[in-house]
Structures are given as structure tokens and as C-alpha cells.
Design a protein around this ligand. Sequence first.
Ligand code: DQA
Length: 150
Amino acid sequence: MKNIINVLLINGPNLNLLGTRETEIYGNSTLNDLLKSLEMQAKELNISLHHIQSNAEHVLINKIHSSKNNINYIIINPAAFTHTSIAIRDALIAVDIPFIEVHISNIYSRENFRSHSWLSDISKGVICGLGLDGYYWALKTISNRLASLK
Ligand code: DQA
């Protein structure tokens, strides 16, 4: 039997409002809808998917710290913290867990302040503008890569 891969999905502030928040940008699916289908996909890929959504920066940082010895890969949509949080950047560097940054919207086609991310240069890759599919591609990529690459 193949080893189980532990993936932590982190969703930042306001993503608890998916499905009701700016639906023309973020769509009509809720966070719960997303989690349900991601969990199904994770199961097929032999991935154990863990999830945290928080509106509080320190909660996300504490979760990253406590992942050090039990998470193989992180998928993070830092939401607005993308553009502000050197603290989340430092936490990800500290634990040295590879991660993929995901954005539902195309942050490069919106306000200028969204074009800068404090995480992209230290990420394994960035997916943005593909809607919720971006999370699925991140999961699939992790599954494809983890056999040989960290
Ligand atoms: C977002 C883009 C961010 O600029 C924004 O603050 C979010 C969501 C996205 O998924 O498109 O909250 O990360």
C-alpha cells in the first residue's frame, strides 16, 4: 500500500463567506461545497486532507507551526493576507513545508495592490484565476509530484 500523503489546506480571511461574497468574482459554491468535493478527490489520490479556515492571522500562523512534523504539503489561499503578511511568509519558511499558493480570482487583473504577493517567490507554484478548480489542480499536482519531488 502506498504511503498516505498529508496535505493541509489553508483558507484565509473572508473565504468562509464563499458562495455569498462577491459572487461575480468568487462564484456561488460555498466553502463547504468546495471541501466536500476536494475530500472526494483527495480520497481517490490517497491523500489525507486537513483543513483550516480562519479570519485571524495568528490562528493560521499557529496552525502552520503545528504542522511541522505531520504535514507533507500545504495548499494555501491566504486571501487578503497574501498582500500584507510577512508573518505568514516567515512561518512557512520556518517550518519548511512545500506549498502551493492558490487564488480563486486572477489577482493580476484586479486592483494593483493585489498584484503583489508576499508568498509567491517562496512557493512551489501559484495557481490563480481558475476559480475553485485551482484547488483541485493543486491537489493533483501534489499527488503527481510527491513521489519524486519535494
Ligand atoms: C483571493 C484574492 C485576494 O486578493 C483576496 O483578498 C481574497 C481572495 C482569491 O482567492 O482570489 O480574499 O485570494
